[in-house]
Design a protein around this ligand. Structure first.
Ligand code: T3D
Length: 257
């Protein structure tokens, strides 16, 4: 599949989707949202997905020239019909999705990254909840993910002041998994992706289901869900292989089944 706004590569079970409009910091146009949703869904067949940005930014959020050009822009419909399917293609992916944040992630670009399962940022990267700067509230899942990830006080401050949050601060707050030195960033992302692509994919899908909805369930419901999901994992080839590898003192060769 050829995309106008993305670069997509596949190797060794890893699909790398790169937002590719570097001249405007990979802003999300209508076309990019449609292509990204399609590319993410296609990548569900791989064993790990990496979402990255071309050039010096990860993503600057909504393409504001697109919004202006469209005139009477129906923001509610855009969020419902274009942003939600794109974000659900990440959260509902049956494989881990890594956001490789190479540079600034602003507005919906920040929340696109935060929707991913693991966020790895270069130390020079930053996150900006830019919405109130232009008279909007955080969207693209920001009002859902931020209080859960960094707590209400920081979510309030980050969105009201709309200040730049460094990658290091984001990691210290628990907003992202890790901030790594710029020189090591590509190698760390590649190594993390390779680890996940060789992992027990079935268990990864189950743990995403268990963790992602856990704030909405009480303890008994969560225990029941864990038992049901673990029942599936316990019947998998990967569980048998994991135990055999442990007892045989060798690395496991997971197949994702
Ligand atoms: O509308 C709806 O559907 C609702 C949904 C809203 C979701 C949202 O995401 S709202 C928030 C939208 N995003 C922003 O408000 C961020 C706007 N961008 C910036 O604040 C800054 O560009 C950055 C902090 C991201 C980077 O700053 P800097 O100084 O490193 O770069 P720059 O010079 O500002 O940007 C470089 C170019 O990219 C520049 O174009 P030029 O002057 O070289 O021709 C700039 O206009 C362009 N650009 C950056 N962000 C966007 C953009 N063009 C269109 N849309 C953008 N979001």
């Amino acid at each position: 599949m050829v995309y106008q706004t993305l670069k997509v590569t596949e190797a060794d079970g890893v699909a790398t989707i790169t937002l590719n409009r570097p001249d405007i910091m990979n802003a999300l146009s209508r076309q990019m949202r449609a292509e990204l949703t399609q590319a993410l869904r296609a990548a569900h067949a791989q064993r790990c997905i990496v979402l990255a940005g071309a050039g010096r930014a990860f993503c600057s959020g909504q393409d504001l020239t697109d919004a202006q050009a469209l005139g009477a822009f129906d923001v509610e419909a855009t969020l419902r019909d274009e942003y939600e399917p794109m974000l659900r293609a990440i959260t509902d992916a049956p494989v881990p999705v890594i956001a490789a944040v190479n540079g600034v992630a602003a507005g919906a670009g920040a929340n696109l990254a935060l929707a991913c399962d693991v966020v790895i940022a270069a130390e020079s990267a930053s996150f900006i909840q830019a919405f109130t700067r232009i008279g909007l509230i955080p969207d693209a899942g920001g009002t859902y993910s931020l209080p859960r990830q960094i707590g209400m006080a920081r979510a309030m401050g980050a969105t009201l002041f709309a200040e730049k949050i460094s990658a290091r601060q984001a990691a210290d707050w628990g907003m992202i998994w890790e901030a790594v030195p710029d020189a090591e960033f590509p190698a760390v992302v590649a190594a993390r992706a390779a680890t996940l692509a060789m992992g027990p994919t079935l268990a990864y899908a189950a743990l995403k289901t268990a963790l992602r909805g856990s704030f909405e369930r009480d303890m008994p419901a969560q225990l029941a869900l864990e038992a049901r999901l673990q029942g599936k994992c316990g019947a998998s080839d990967d569980f048998r292989e994991g135990v055999a590898a442990f007892l045989g003192k060798r690395p496991p060769a997971f197949t994702g089944r």
